[in-house]
Design a protein around this ligand. Sequence first.
Ligand SMILES: [Zn+2]
Ligand SMILES: [Zn+2]
Length: 423
Amino acid sequence: MADETRAARAPSGTHDVLWPESTRWESVVATFATQVEAAGYGLAHTPMFEDVRVFRRGIGEGSDVVGKEMYEFEDRGGRTLALRPEGTAPMVRAFVQHRPPLPWKAWYVTPAFRYERPQAGRYRQHHQLGVESLGTPDPDLDVEVISLADRFFRSLGLAAFTLGINSMGDQVCRPAYLELLRAYLADREDQLCPEHGGRLDANPLRVLDCKREGCRTASAHAPHLIDHLCGPCAAHFTRVCEGLVALGVPYAFDHRLVRGFDYYTRTTFEFASGALESAQNGIGGGGRYDGLVEMLGGPPTPGIGFGIGIERLLMACDAEGVLAVSPTPLDAFVVDVAGGGTARDLTAELRAAGLRADRSFDDRSLKSQMKAADRSGALVALIVGPDETAAGTVSLRPMRGRGDQRTVPRSQVAEAVREAVGR
Ligand SMILES: [Zn+2]
Ligand SMILES: [Zn+2]
């Protein structure tokens, strides 16, 4: 393949979303926006790139995301920047910078960039929807956030998914639990996978999260953090569980659901699709990060949020056979074989009247324009020839087999189309 041809392909690990597939994206984002805005969340846009320190502090140097997968670069002014690998850290950075009144409830839709090995369901540019809510440690907020995600998935038609929840404890109770877990795993260190065998001192929680056989077996009966929570953390977790029951959100406790950094506290949760392969079945997740605002230079401010990967979500929809591509058809297609002036004016009038209308250009033949009208999926064709022009009329032809062609006065076309298409 010639180099010029290669340059005209999307980069490895990225993908184009064209119409009509893109109508599903519009529908996913619009549904999400409607639901979270009904709960008081407002849209926030932050830049596609940030000072790299936002992510080093906000996600953690030791994570794969920051250590191995970030698109990091120096700009022409010598600043070290990174394309956002996820949604939360930039939102918290924006909060620290602008200090909006609390509670601050925001939602976002954004591309996220990770240099991963491209494979099904993993992209170097993928897209996320999410919410962040800052300003209160109230466990009822955790319930609100989790139930918003649950309701969103259900409203798309998804049913075969599960919600796992856990508590990460806090700085009061977690250190003692980590010691306990470390001691437990130290006795089984020979079973651990090569990556985690020598690194128990760093973070034993990684073993719980590890998908490899050795770590799974060694930790199968490890002590659970929720059995070692301090009083306030235990009360928080109980209240969250009660709230999920009250709102009818099914969940299961999952002691492997851990996040490796100190600023994650208490509630952590993840939604998994039963219709996808287990290695890549996560369709969304999140948790509390009561220490993150401080890590990014703000005042102590509790927070919680979640992120949903749109590509993975659509894979789950495909696997369940829901949210099919169904673009809204055009109402009318204007076929003008009398010079194009009527097509020009009439499409503008119809659009101004709130109807979807299109036309052909280049003064094509009647046959060619009718073919275009058919291909467009329009519900009616509006045909204008010399006879119609002379009589001040338009011929309205239903395109989807309903009713006969009829003649409509030029001044009443919008009304007639509205009636014909039922809008
Ligand atoms: Zn492991
Ligand atoms: Zn605690």
